[in-house]
Design a protein around this ligand. Sequence first.
Ligand SMILES: C[S@@+](CC[C@H](N)C(=O)[O-])C[C@H]1O[C@@H](n2cnc3c(N)ncnc32)[C@H](O)[C@@H]1O
Length: 344
Amino acid sequence: MVMDENFLVFFVIYTMIIGLFMIELNEYFSNPTKWNDFYEAAWLKRQEIMSSLIKSGETHPLRIIKLFSSIIRFSTQEFIPDEGSSENTRFVFNEDSDYVNEDILNVTILKENTAMTVTPSTLLPSGMKADKKHAHRSNYSSVSSYTSCNKIEFLTDYCRERKFDAVIELGSGYGQNLIELFYQGGPRVPYYAGEFTKSGTDCAKMLGNLMLETELIPFRFDFRNPDLSMIPRYKKVLVFTSHSIEQVGEIPDNLIPAICDLAEQVTCIHIEPFGYQLSSIKNENEVDKNQRQYFKENSWNKNLVRQLVYHSCNEKIDLQYIGKNVLGGGDAHNPSSLALWKSN
Ligand SMILES: C[S@@+](CC[C@H](N)C(=O)[O-])C[C@H]1O[C@@H](n2cnc3c(N)ncnc32)[C@H](O)[C@@H]1O
């Protein structure tokens, strides 16, 4: 009888604590921006497509991501206003809407002259546009649609002769960068995927379960309220962000210190589109001008560079490298710049 009462008291307290914890967790992630909502829906759709690939017999995470990327190249997605509502929006994904099944022909053989004529085509035989606009440093140019900067190769090269005990991506979507990094030669260490959306975290879990040679550990994370306490304290870690800080209007003063506190030695790489933050409006070039305008329209990040300088001045970090628009500009409005710092 005494045992039962004790158990009941324990059970009630335990349930209350779990309840409070869940309320806190929900509140913690309950302040989504329009873009957070967009990615919640976008990653859910990706999980749906990738789970159907798994059901069809695919078992390797890299094959799943690459097959899925091919689908994305020919699909469109947007947030459109709900019918009859000015406030609500709905996510629309048109799978493979731009895929071209017919053969694309641009050669005519002229038998009588033993010659041929070639008509310029805007499409390649795969159905992809032959050309796209690309931004690099301060210039635009036209390149093949298949030209893309392999940021993961950059990370693989950087890691190869440097020893890290763990790799952590913040704002990691469905874990695609970490999965690619591992299978393209990244270090054999645990990979942590910190992501705001539940759908992205769930999808990363699904793909992580297929990774037999390393551990992918997804967790919920918000740049605006950084809590990295679920990561054990390591000696030397690599942290990176890739086009995720871009989505956060202003990162708080405590984000960079929270990253520094992750391990004895932290190396942090930002592959983020902050190029426009490096010039003043008065002397900006066309690439900066268009990027500034694009960021304004989307209410995207304004203060990453300011935060890096601030924490360098207070000697929290050693900012070692900045490269403006050097790491991929296939999305011409949004070329990736590079920043690398180490914790002091
Ligand atoms: C453009 S995607 C990039 C995903 C991935 N890093 C990549 O390079 O493919 C932006 C990601 O940032 C995440 N994100 C946006 N706001 C965030 C926040 N406040 N905290 C954490 N992640 C956030 C989004 O949910 C999304 O997964």
